[in-house]
Write a protein that binds this ligand. Structure first.
Ligand code: UN1
Length: 518
């Protein structure tokens, strides 16, 4: 083990979370099995092999779906507040395991330890939210147009929820889905990213313990592992009424089409291309904190990462200078060392994409004002540490129009009124998160109005990332249209039923239709 692994006592972390040298990557409740190809999980922090995972074969997948289907028959009959109690216990177990799980997230994925803990906190928060929700799965009542009739709607459990998640939030996004799905009476089958399979196993071990302690059937929480073929199997499977998928727009389009072809439901959380508009009335100090955290937090690998700054020409040089000064203070290195701001990006392939993006910026006529580069030498042996970049570009550049999962921040100018900044902000294919920095009420309200930001998230005087779980999370356009976590996002995990009850002795028809029989 390397010094980094020793530093966080990775062996102790793995032991606490029930991770072995080789782990079955298929699990239903407490039963762990799988015999497919081996998936090796390397840490981007130090390049070390952490552990191995066996993947799910086609016949093992069948077994999982059958177990999940059987579990659903029981679970849906348990009253929702009792299901909430299970989620409450799960939240408590997460509290007990916050340190270990946060460290594993940081070591397997590469985000800073603070962000690793933050991610587990997001899981705890959604559990608390879901516990309250378990007593509030409300439908409406309506007044019938017919005498002696009552109309209302109710929400029933849906069935199996298939969850496909990405490496960048290897545990929280699963919890956003499961905590809600479970109080709704659904059972879950999860395919975590191939890049972070151990985080998946750790989460599964934690919930399996809760299910066992409560004598609940296997299959309420199932885990499967493998490459895109496993995901493909899920999306084609009509026994899974809802597929919730997080990842790239390219992946989401395939998922959407496959699920739609069988008229299933999909909840898509895809790419972002998030901008902050900085107006002449912005508080510059706040702007810099929000923009820098947004751009380099999680090494620019959040779907909510700030990718573009749209700055009014009158303050452009001032903001640019303040940003370049701030970037000089950034420390890149082992994310488990709390002195560092930025850890590695996920793998060598991501490094290649980062480099290609930089080449493309220059080729299209952009200028690198903080030039970046791949770090090497002591502490950077994994080859996954890159320097954050600031580039001056035009919004229409091909490279600016697409999401590069790396710490690259694009600066662009706007002149005139805030409308032109809003047009630039909206002038991309994605529509996840957006923000405006301004103390001008008119600008702020215009940005939030129907003529303003076209994104699922629009903030004033905070950055684009770090959304709280209480709001519905998701975006428009190529971001996929799905909403997860707070507000009424739970409704997608249930099926709505409208009920009309006639308590008279006659059968009047709606719309005044007469249909008499002698
Ligand atoms: C993601 O990057 O997929 O708003 C999710 C945020 C986090 C979630 C990001 N709460 O930045």
């Amino acid at each position: 083990m390397t010094s980094i692994a020793t530093q966080i006592k990775i062996n102790e972390v793995l032991e606490q979370l029930g991770i072995q040298e080789i782990n079955p990557g298929t699990s239903t409740g407490s039963q762990h099995f799988s015999t497919g190809d081996i998936l090796e999980s390397y840490s981007p922090v130090d390049g070390q092999l952490i552990a191995k995972v066996t993947t799910t074969t086609a016949s093992e997948y069948e077994k999982v779906i059958l177990t999940a289907t059987a579990a659903f028959q029981t679970f849906r009959q348990i009253p929702a507040p009792k299901r909430g109690e299970i989620v409450r216990q799960f939240g408590d177990k997460l509290r007990q395991n916050k340190e270990a799980l946060g460290k594993l997230v940081s070591y397997e994925m590469g985000k800073s330890l603070q962000e690793g803990y933050g991610e587990v906190q997001e899981m705890i928060d959604i559990c608390d939210f879901a516990v309250g929700l378990s007593r509030q799965l409300h439908g409406l009542t309506m007044h019938s147009e017919r005498p002696g009739h009552r109309m209302y709607e109710q929400y029933h459990s849906l069935g199996i929820v298939g969850i496909i998640s990405a490496f960048n939030f290897p545990v929280a996004v699963w919890a956003w889905n499961t905590a809600l799905a479970w109080v709704c009476g659904d059972v879950c089958v999860w395919k975590p990213s191939e890049k972070t399979p151990l985080c998946g196993i750790a989460c599964q071990n934690i919930i399996a313990e809760v299910l066992k302690e409560n004598n609940l059937p296997e299959g309420i929480s199932c885990l499967i592992n493998g490459d895109y073929t496993v995901g493909e199997r899920m999306t084609q499977d009509s026994r899974i009424p809802l597929i919730s998928a997080t990842g790239s727009t390219r992946m989401g389009k395939i998922v959407a089409q496959t699920v739609a072809a069988r008229l299933g439901k999909s909840l898509l959380e895809l790419g972002g291309n998030n901008a902050i508009i900085v107006t002449p009335d912005a508080d510059i100090k706040m702007t810099i904190i929000g923009a820098v955290f947004g751009a380099v937090g999680t090494a620019g690998q959040r779907c909510t990462s700030t990718r573009r700054l749209i700055i009014h020409e009158s303050i452009y040089n001032k903001v640019k200078q303040a940003l370049t000064d701030a970037y000089k203070q950034l420390r890149i290195g082992n994310p488990l060392d709390e002195n560092n701001h930025i850890g590695p990006i996920i793998d060598q392939n991501a490094v290649k994409q980062y480099q290609q993006a930089l080449d493309k910026i220059i080729k299209e006529g952009g200028k690198l004002i903080v030039p970046g580069g791949v770090l090497s030498g002591e502490g950077y042996e994994s080859g996954c540490y890159v320097q954050p970049v600031i580039a001056e570009v035009e919004n229409h550049f091909e490279i600016v129009q697409c999401e590069t999962f790396a710490p690259i921040l694009y600066l662009m100018k706007y002149s005139g009124s805030v409308e032109s900044a809003i047009a630039l902000q909206n002038g991309v294919a994605q529509g996840l998160s957006s923000a405006i920095m301004t103390n001008n009420l008119r600008e702020a309200e215009l940005f939030l109005s129907v003529a303003g930001s076209d994104c699922g998230i629009a903030n004033v005087n905070i950055g684009t990332s770090g959304a709280e779980i209480g709001g519905a999370f998701g975006g428009e356009k190529e971001t996929g249209g799905g909403r997860e976590s707070g507000s009424d996002a739970w409704k997608v995990y249930m099926r709505r039923q409208t009920n009309t009850i006639n308590y008279t002795t006659s059968l009047p028809l709606a719309q005044g239709i007469k249909f008499d029989l002698d």
